[in-house]
Design a protein around this ligand. Structure first.
Ligand SMILES: NC(=O)c1ccc[n+]([C@@H]2O[C@H](COP(=O)([O-])OP(=O)(O)OC[C@H]3O[C@@H](n4cnc5c(N)ncnc54)[C@H](O)[C@@H]3O)[C@@H](O)[C@H]2O)c1
Length: 283
């Protein structure tokens, strides 16, 4: 199956990054979100990211313009009627994703593959909202998408081998490394990463150490490039909370209970870097 036209649903930090890497690999990309202003913000983020590459001498200004031209903005879900592959990257909420997949199933061509960039939710459940569960798959990019090499590819219960192979090949065309994973809460990446971040938040809330100290211990002691609280701010505290809730309910095991301090920050709108404040403050 040939994939030429990609539609990305959600122009937030992940959706913008996914649109960028496909545009750089010469695919035609439609970038969709609910409002024009949000899509514009996503496009601006892509333009700045490409600009940094120009400044570093990794790309010419002419090439940057060509890449940007590969992306068309949209606020109409019906734009999916022309897409071969649709990648959903909206908030980590099952009800929202189910509604989108139900709509996409009605609009997208019969051959189109529907992928989700979910960090933790069941691909099998997302697929159940469609009449083509065999064409639904998880394509979990890492943040920041243009930099990180890994893509976890998640097979739902009904995902066809052919669909897996198409996505695996596409991932390689993006110059990224595909890793095959089965459908369990949090997959591999967030089943391991997120409990560590959650534990760092407990460590902070119990007063074991200051936030800077917790991050320093993990950076210098474990050779992590970023401390867990800095990383949580980078991912988004709302996303971290959604993922912990998915692990908690999915396994029914209290070892995954989200830290109350994480809940409190999300309720206060302290979502991390994207809202200007999380564990740290950003200007
Ligand atoms: N942040 C990370 O580090 C990371 C890493 C890997 C995967 N993910 C996953 O990627 C997805 C998006 O995360 P993000 O960090 O980009 O979030 P974000 O908050 O930056 O962006 C989410 C976008 O979804 C849009 N949206 C919300 N409801 C919508 C709807 N009904 N229709 C269309 N668009 C809608 C919002 O307007 C927003 O632009 C989530 O499933 C998340 O778990 C996130």
């Amino acid at each position: 199956m040939e994939v030429n036209k990609i539609m990305v649903i959600g122009a937030g930090q992940m959706g913008a990054g996914i649109a960028q890497v496909f545009a750089e690999a010469e695919f035609d990309v439609i970038l969709y979100d609910l409002e024009e202003g949000i899509v514009k913000k996503g496009l601006n983020k892509i333009a700045s990211s490409l600009h940094r590459q120009v400044e570093k001498g990794e790309m010419t200004g002419v090439r940057r313009e060509e890449v940007i031209k590969n992306i068309s903005p949209s606020t109409l879900l019906q734009s999916a009627k022309n897409a071969d592959l649709i990648i959903e990257a909206v908030i980590e909420n099952m009800a929202v994703k189910l509604k989108i997949f139900e709509e996409l199933d009605k609009t997208a061509p019969e051959h189109a593959i529907l992928a989700s960039n979910t960090s933790s939710l069941s691909i099998t459940e997302i697929a159940s909202a469609t009449n083509r569960p065999e064409k639904v798959i998880g394509m979990h990019f890492m943040n920041p998408v243009p930099v990180m090499k890994l893509v976890e590819i998640i097979r739902g219960l009904e995902t066809e081998d052919m669909v897996y192979e198409v996505i695996e090949e596409l991932t390689k065309k993006l110059n990224k490394v595909p890793v095959e994973v089965n459908d369990y809460p949090g997959f591999v990446s967030n089943r391991i990463l997120m409990p560590m971040i959650n534990e760092a938040i407990y460590t902070l809330s119990e007063g074991v150490a200051k936030k800077e100290a917790i991050d320093e211990v993990m950076k210098l002691g474990m050779n992590h490039p970023m401390g867990p609280l800095t990383l949580a701010d980078f991912i988004g505290l709302d996303t971290c909370l959604y993922i912990m809730e998915t692990l908690h309910s999915g396994f029914g095991d209290d070892k995954y209970r989200p830290c109350p301090l994480l809940r409190k920050y999300v309720k206060a709108g302290r979502l991390g870097r994207k809202s200007g404040r999380g564990f740290y403050t950003y200007t």
